[in-house]
Design a protein around this ligand. Structure first.
Ligand code: AGP
Length: 608
């Protein structure tokens, strides 16, 4: 997520902005910049890469001036390059803006402005916005911003400055957090409290539709019309570390709890309800090319590989294309049968996993078409595949992958839907699938709202030494993922298995010390998995059942039961994984493990 900081007051702004951006680094970013009104005009300095690149550019020649804005950018639209970095300026170069969010009608506005002679230097929606403000400026920055925002669709947290109005910052919020820091005769704007703490703990939180006008003499809050609004000044109680985690105890819990938003962001702009299909133009594959695919290979590692297994069920069930899911580390060294009729899908949160990158290169060498489902914009895999879908899940800081997994499954659903509708899926089936997809974020939230229930369940299994996760069909990969989550953060040995496979060996492990987690939504094989629960119960195993309804039959078999909302059978993993993420988190916390940085693990395995 992008970071925003602004200052106006008696002190030099530049060094305060740089320090503020340093406090915002935890949010994840790939470029940074500042703008300062320096008495002679507007000075903008920005650089791709980390803050150090910007500091090198500024070395010893910090812009002089007492009002300025600073930004760290997490690229969503437009690669992480210097021209795409914020701040952006209007046609005249007199007005600068920094922005967090997405302007959804930027394309139309850009065309209108280009027709009026505007020229743009970046691929970003943000630059369009500041050009619009410049076009509307008629002596008041505040009124020009208000007028522009009345014409804009989308989400934003933003701040403008202009050499025409030294000392003034105009900020606005719609969907992306923004707060005013009230200092001693100095005022700040920021996307969260982390850059403010060393200066003030007095803040005013903006709500959607509100603007803040800051000057060295004070601040005023209004809405897009003209009404002045009185807002309370709050005192920040949190320390810096807690602020960086958004108030959560760990990044992993924060990211688990962000999944309503992250799945919404993954799906945003891709669902075509009327046609019952998806828009996936980023694949750079025409419908003709998609129709000609004869075979799909999905390659990834770890959690991403588990998401790929779910993609196999989706693609084979919906699009009737044979799919193989390959560990990238295996694919890269064996002699895979891959050619120009094969589509290779690489899945990677980081976009930097060495094995997955090598698999992509091997697939391309053999003539396959490659696409990437990647979270980090501009990462190596994202740049080397022939096309793809960005997950837009936001930075995933916790080493154990959580929100990236559900976003990967959502992206696979989009690809499956597009191909299936070109082949044998009816428009009504497509519309039905879309309706289920659209309902998922709220259903995820329903489960998250019951996290206390899962925390209490975790308490009962903190001392376990082993655990078995069992699922059937599209929930077999969820059994694998649930087991991986538990073992990688709590260090309890856990295995995932197809439920029917239990009788071919693992059943020998069952005793009263062995928790067995059944992922059992009501699907075509529900009764069969109930029989597997009987087998475990009969041997004294502890049964934890994830079901759609904890009815009498399940209550008789299970020592613990967690209800999951119903959804399309192929989409159920996006719900069944949520309690397993929470379960592993709470067990690991109770065991005193380092949840965000588990021993021996790295967030991105960039070596073999
Ligand atoms: C999962 O929790 C782990 N962090 C790990 O298995 C991870 O999924 C794997 O290393 C792949 O990473 P990637 O998605 O960034 O390629």
């Amino acid at each position: 997520m992008c970071g925003i900081v602004g200052y106006t007051g008696p002190r030099q702004a530049a060094s305060l902005l740089i320090e503020g951006l340093r406090r915002l680094e935890y949010r994840g970013y790939d470029s940074a910049g500042i703008a300062v009104v320096n008495g002679r005009g507007l000075e903008v300095m920005k650089a791709a890469g980390k803050l150090s690149a910007l500091e090198q550019q500024l070395a010893g020649k910090l812009p002089q001036g007492t009002v300025g804005i600073g930004h760290t950018r997490w690229a969503t639209h437009g690669a992480p390059t210097t021209p795409n970095a914020h701040p952006h300026t209007d046609q005249s170069g007199d007005i600068a803006v920094i922005h967090n969010g997405i302007i959804e009608n930027a394309g139309a506005i850009r065309k209108m402005l280009e027709a009026r002679g505007h020229t743009f230097t970046s691929e970003t929606d943000t630059e369009v916005l500041v050009h619009l403000v410049g076009e509307l400026y008629d002596g008041s920055l505040e009124e020009a911003v208000a007028a522009a925002l009345r014409d804009v669709d989308g989400a934003y947290g933003l701040a403008f400055i202009s050499e025409r109005e030294p000392g003034v910052i105009v900020a606005a919020r719609k969907g992306s957090p923004l707060l005013v820091g009230v200092g001693e005769d100095e005022y700040f704007i920021a996307s969260d409290a982390s850059p403010l703490l060393e200066h003030t703990r007095s803040v005013v939180y903006l709500d959607d539709g509100e603007m803040a006008i800051l000057t060295p003499d004070g601040y005023r809050i209004r809405n897009l019309e003209t009404t002045q609004i009185d807002k309370p000044v709050n005192q920040i109680e949190w320390d810096l570390a807690t602020i960086e985690r958004g108030g959560y105890s760990h990044f992993m819990l924060k990211e688990i709890c962000e999944q309503r938003e992250s799945v919404t962001n993954t799906l945003r702009g891709h669902l075509l309800e009327e046609e019952g299909t998806s828009r996936v133009t980023g694949l750079n594959l025409s419908d003709e090319q998609l129709k000609r695919i004869e075979r799909i290979v999905i390659t990834a590692c770890g959690t991403s590989w588990h998401a790929g297994l779910i993609g196999e069920y989706m693609l084979e069930e919906m699009a009737r294309i044979p799919v193989e899911v390959e560990y990238a580390s295996e694919f890269r060294y064996r002699n895979p049968v891959v050619d120009e009729r094969t589509l290779v899908i690489a899945i990677s949160q980081s976009g930097e996993t060495a094995d997955t990158l090598a698999a992509v290169r091997e697939a391309k060498l053999r003539g396959a078409r490659t696409i990437g489902l990647v979270n980090v914009v501009g990462s190596t895999i994202a740049r080397e595949v022939d096309g793809g879908i960005y997950l837009h899940a936001g930075p995933e800081v916790g080493v154990a992958s959580t929100k990236a997994f559900t976003s990967q499954v959502a992206a696979l659903a989009l690809v499956s839907l597009r191909i299936a509708r070109l082949r044998n899926l009816s428009i009504l089936q497509g519309r039905d699938f879309i309706q289920h997809l659209q309902a998922l974020p709220d259903k995820i939230q329903q489960i998250l709202n019951r996290s206390d229930e899962i925390e209490q369940l975790a308490e009962r299994f903190v001392r376990a030494s082993n655990a078995l996760y069992l699922g059937r069909g599209v929930n077999f990969p969820v059994a694998l993922e649930g087991a991986l989550k538990l073992k990688e953060i709590s260090y309890i040995h856990a295995e995932g298995y197809p439920a029917a496979e239990m009788k071919h060996g693992p059943i020998a492990l069952i005793d009263e010390m062995m928790p067995v987690v059944f992922i059992a939504p009501k699907d075509a094989v529900y009764q069969k998995i109930l029989s597997n629960m009987e087998e475990v119960k009969a041997r004294g195993g502890k049964v934890i059942a994830l079901v759609n309804e904890c009815d009498a039959q399940v209550d008789r078999l299970a020592d613990a039961c967690i209800e999951i909302p119903e959804t399309h059978e192929l989409l159920s993993p996006m719900l069944t994984i949520i309690p397993l993420q929470l379960f592993s988190y709470y067990v690991a916390v109770r065991r005193g493990c380092n949840v965000d940085q588990p021993r021996n693990l790295a967030k991105s395995v960039t070596v073999e």
